[in-house]
Design a protein around this ligand. Sequence first.
Ligand SMILES: C[S@@+](CC[C@H](N)C(=O)[O-])C[C@H]1O[C@@H](n2cnc3c(N)ncnc32)[C@H](O)[C@@H]1O
Length: 368
Amino acid sequence: MTVLLFSQTSIIKTHLCPNLCSGALQSFETQQEEGAARASYPGTWSSTRGGLCCSTLKLVVGGVVVKYSSSSVDMEEEGGLDSDGRTYSSRKEMWEAEAGEDPNGSDAKSIAKKLEWYHKGVSYWESVEASVDGVLGGYGRVNARDVADSNAFILEMFNECPPGAGDLVALDCGAGVGRVTKNFLLHHFHEVDLVEPVHHFLDKAQADLGSNGTARGSANSNNPKTHRAVNFYCTPLQDFTPEAGRYDVIWVQWCIGHLTDHDFIAFFKRAQAGLKPGGFFVLKENIAKNGFVVDKTDSSVTRSDAYFRDLFKQTGLHLQKTKLQKGFPKDLFAVRMYALTSEPRGMSAPPSQPTRASRRRNQPRKIH
Ligand SMILES: C[S@@+](CC[C@H](N)C(=O)[O-])C[C@H]1O[C@@H](n2cnc3c(N)ncnc32)[C@H](O)[C@@H]1O
């Protein structure tokens, strides 16, 4: 008996391609939501927009009708869409259109387009109130759940990869108003540095965390008095190089969507030199159900889990551990934490893949 899994559009390619399941599939029908995909069997299937968009998929396999109904929009892993409803058949097409990013192109037009992409991102945040609610897009109420799961994750990582002796130091990337530093990182690390491109956010962080960053302890009385925020760098990540060998952990939360793929990979490669031996990165990010979703308002892209894993491979880093954030409102994207190390450590369990239940429709609601 042929077993088909219906959770992703990739089944269309993997399981329904006549070359791959010759003789198994007897009929195949779709009802389209947006009239963008065509499919037929026997024969080939094709899509006019790089993905298959259907509300009902009816399959007949071995004489048995298998009907799968879904309200989700399935896109090819490589395809995606933007907040204006435009679809892209590939990442390459999207990056060329959005940020002029062409691996072979260093012409003036491409450079200007990329600058515009980054300028728009920072301009967006410059218009946002310097508060926790501001940096969380009105979802300030998720702060406690976010911090709880980050705490659990870092403790598991410290258990698996114990840090060296001496003071622990972390870097908070895209730090905003210092929410992550104040509520989480200062609890675990003796010193925390912040890097953030928006002046008024960093000013607020600095005001909150101690005058000129020199005061011991933080405004958060739960943090040990010996722990302190030290350096406040007003720079975007694509231009930032951390001090060599300073950090036990480089924490990157809800900001990497602003970086193009090229700059994402370059940042992680470059920043590895900032880690102490045995140090690691944690990336905590929104996850698109499939492919990617571009937000035209703040120049950011929400990538799928598969997209992230592909980029991690290109950084040369090892995915040591990954976990889904729990307990967030249902109207937000799923959020995932990834711990990345220079090489595999300890008894590294195979990283968990997203389950069917965790795959959700790409939502327009997001933090960043
Ligand atoms: C959703 S907020 C998250 C802030 C903080 N990480 C938190 O979780 O509270 C996104 C942050 O990314 C910053 N950002 C925008 N473009 C960036 C870039 N190119 N490099 C680094 N950070 C950037 C924004 O200024 C903003 O502070």
